[in-house]
Every structure is written in C-alpha cells, then in structure tokens.
Design a binder for this molecule. Structure first.
Ligand code: AMP
Length: 291
C-alpha cells in the first residue's frame, strides 16, 4: 500500500493505474477505522482492481460547536488495517492540501440536503458535498463506496452525482453493527461504559418503528413508538426519530414502496445517528398514510 499526502502524488499513481486499464474504487473516510469502514473496503475490492481509501477529517463538515478538535484519530492503526485489507493507495492529505489559502468554493446541494441532518447541522452537507466532489475529481474513480450508516449523506451524494453528471458509480454498503445492535461508529469511542449501555436504545427504537410499519401501522404510530422506547432515559435526548422516504428524507407518500426509519439521539454529550430500511420489494405490508 502506498501512502501519499499530496494531490499531485495521488494523481501520478492513479494515472499509472488507469494506463494499466485498472478499474479504480474510492472509499472516503475520516479515519479511526472500524469493521464498518473495512467492510466498505472489501466491497470496493469486489468492484475494482485498484482500491483507494482517503482519510481526511474534513473541517468544513463540522459546525463551530461540533467535535472537530476532539475527533478520534489513529493513523498508525488505520494504516495497518488498510494494509491487511490489501488497499492499494491511502490518500491522507493535511487540511492545507485540500483547502489551501484562498479556497473559496462551496458545493451546496438542495432538497434532500436541507432536511433532518441538513437542518440540524447547518453547513454540514455543504462541507460533505464540497470535499466529496474534490475527492472525486482528484481520484477520478470508476466507483465510490459509501455506508448506509450515513443514509442521508448517501442520498445527498447520489443527488450531487446525478445533478452534476459525474462519471462515477455510487455503491452503498450495509451498516455493520456490534453484537448488541449498536451501529459501529468512530464516535462510539466517546461513550462511557454507562452511555455505551444506553446507546443501544437508538437501534432498539428504530427496530420498534420498523416493526410497527411492517405490521401495518402508520408512520405517525411508528414515530410515537420510537420516541416511547427512548423517552425518559437518563442522559438520553431524542433529536429526531422519523419515518421517511429514502430518496428525499421527507415524510413518505402513501404509495411508498420502501421506507426508512432514521434517528439521531444524544447520549450524554455524544450525538449518534442510525437508520433501518423498512419494507419488502412488494412494499411495506399494509402501509397507510394518515396525511
Ligand atoms: P466516516 O469515517 O464516519 O466519515 O465514515 C466513512 C464511511 O464509512 C462513510 O461512508 C460511512 O457511512 C461509512 N460507515 C461508517 N460507519 C459504518 C458502519 N457501521 N457500517 C458501514 N459503513 C459505515
């Protein structure tokens, strides 16, 4: 595995891979890698001859009161993990390589980027879209792999790729969970033992919401059941627990064939997000809209 920190070096290596007619995959990450990230690397390998992973804690996607300064980092561990998964190129630029002095461009996606996470984290998806577009231009991959864990981010990126006619296939990897159901996340490292115990409430709430819908309940009933699962627990605060359309992240229409239950909760000072798909290829059984 080659490790490079500059755009020029990355491009030189990638140009050579393209000359050898290799199919290139990109897996963008912020590092502090866990099995969720590594499952995306394995998925990338299924679709490409040359796998690139980027590690970049993107300052533009953190709000002023968010955790940029404390975001966990362990590049040595990450390098070894990626080497063991046969990654070809690790691109780990410093912030000034990505955003040199005078940088003044922002990519802003409308629609799906403006609700839920977009509403609660102003500027977050602008930061994501800006860095992802840059990474796609630097690497020029045939495929780019993102995790369903950040379902709304996936929808935003699909929108960006479609709207700007980017020549890249977007692939989404399933959420990897701990044995108790908690979605793997670099931010789980912030949790104390007590908080880690309470973090399970998020996936439990989502599973409850999913089963309400699958038994023919309405989104409103599912949302009430999800909130009921979490409410009243010490040091846990619901940000949102919603049933949404998986493309728009708005309330679903009555004829929706696939739905998503999505949630964000605060456990202590840590904000966790998760989601689950609801329904079958035939559509969720008996789903009724009350709106
Ligand atoms: P991050 O380092 O948090 O920016 O995540 C990098 C990529 O890994 C994103 O596409 C995430 O959606 C994905 N990812 C994070 N956690 C998981 C997980 N538990 N399972 C699968 N993919 C994940």
């Amino acid at each position: 595995m080659q490790l490079v920190r500059t755009i020029d070096e990355a491009r030189r290596i990638l140009d050579a891979a393209r000359e050898d007619r290799m199919r290139i995959a990109l897996v963008p990450t912020m590092g502090y890698l866990h099995e969720g990230h590594l499952s995306l690397v394995d998925l990338a390998r299924e679709h490409a001859d040359f796998v690139v992973v980027s590690i970049f804690v993107n300052p533009k996607q953190f709000g002023p009161s968010e955790d940029l300064a404390t975001y966990p980092r362990d590049e040595e561990h990450d390098r070894l993990a990626l080497e063991s998964r046969n990654v070809d190129l690790l691109f780990a630029p410093p912030p000034e390589e990505v955003y040199p002095e005078g940088f003044a461009t922002t990519v802003s996606v409308g629609g799906v980027a403006q609700v839920l996470e977009g509403e609660r984290r102003p500027g977050h998806f602008d930061g994501v879209a800006t860095v992802v577009l840059k990474l796609l231009h630097i690497v020029e991959p045939d495929v780019a792999v993102f995790g369903q864990k950040d379902a709304q981010q996936c929808a935003v990126i699909r929108r960006l790729v479609e709207d700007l006619d980017l020549r890249v296939e977007i692939i989404t990897g399933e959420i990897r969970r701990e044995p108790d159901g908690v979605a793997m996340s670099s931010r789980n490292s912030y949790l104390t033992d007590d908080e880690r115990g309470r973090a399970i409430l998020l996936s439990q709430a989502l599973a409850t919401g999913r089963s309400v819908i699958e038994r023919g309940g309405s989104p409103e009933q599912a949302e009430a059941a999800m909130i009921g699962t979490v409410e009243g627990t010490e040091s846990v605060r619901v940000d949102y627990l919603r049933v949404v359309d998986p493309d728009t992240f708005e309330s679903p229409r009555g004829d929706a064939r696939e739905l998503l239950v999505v949630g964000a909760i605060h456990v202590g000072t840590t904000r966790l997000i998760d989601n689950m798909k609801v329904g079958t290829p035939e559509g969720p059984a008996g789903f009724r809209s009350e709106s």
